[in-house]
Design a protein around this ligand. Sequence first.
Ligand code: NAI
Ligand code: A1CAB
Length: 267
Amino acid sequence: MKIGFIGTGNMGQAILEGFIVSEKVKKEDIFIYDPDQLKLDTLIKKYGVSTAENENKLAESSELIILAVKPNIYDKILEKIKSNIDGKKKILTIAAGYSVDRAEGILGNDKKIIRTMPNMPAQILEGMTGVVFNKNITHEEKAEILELLTGFGGAEEIDEKLMHVFTSISGSIPAVVDIFIEALADGAVLNGMPRDKAYRILSEAVAGSAHMIGKTKKHPGLLKDEVCSPGGTTIEAVAALEKGGFRAALIEAVNKCTEKSVKLSEK
Ligand SMILES: NC(=O)C1=CN([C@@H]2O[C@H](COP(=O)(O)OP(=O)(O)OC[C@H]3O[C@@H](n4cnc5c(N)ncnc54)[C@H](O)[C@@H]3O)[C@@H](O)[C@H]2O)C=CC1
Ligand SMILES: O=C(O)[C@@H]1CCC=N1
């Protein structure tokens, strides 16, 4: 399948890298367009992909078009490429708060639209992507798209109503985890550990703890209890977190992020 990227910023590049590293897509089948020539030159050099002269040329030569620009220019780009989108081409969106309905409103409801919410670990094949298909995508095409997306991590079809909260707990979550790890490393540095060593240890310890939940299927509260020895060290950390409002801060973070996705969708 010929795939075109409109926009090769942070997320566009992460997906592109995911496709290449996973070998799901051949470099000859990837076309990119971005007004930032430096980004294009770097990606052409690094991955051997081809560039298109403009958005329309890219749309003409691609079967799947990935719109990886900021949400506020989605309407403008779709209007621009509209005449090159027939009922066979697929448009894949990744923007926060950009509904299938809105894309159909511009392209027509006879077009094939896939709304996704990827996340940055796609770059290292450990991403998680939420997927919504419009009614024009066939069963075979759904399977083909999910297969492509699972090349760089997990991919799950979800109800579009849940896309806002999915954005908070998947699309945006790397930033939350990054702050979490940075702050933990500050604590380690405070106690004499070199920062780079702390990051190395934390990335393993946090990933392992997260995998325990998926692999053991135990309730996270139970896993926490198993770590807290009576009168031991861990319960001191737990008590400090509760005192600092850790849970409330995280619930509010998910809530605010979800609200923002809703707001973006109302624009
Ligand atoms: N950064 C992330 O972790 C995630 C981002 N997203 C979504 O990805 C989209 C892009 O976000 P980022 O990559 O973070 O932004 P970014 O600012 O890094 O990338 C946007 C790219 O679009 C390019 N661009 C601007 N006008 C263009 C045009 N007319 N045609 C083609 N390209 C054009 C810019 O030069 C830039 O390279 C957003 O819609 C965002 O909601 C979704 C999930 C995660
Ligand atoms: O911050 C944003 O709006 C995008 C969507 C999810 C992650 N980054």
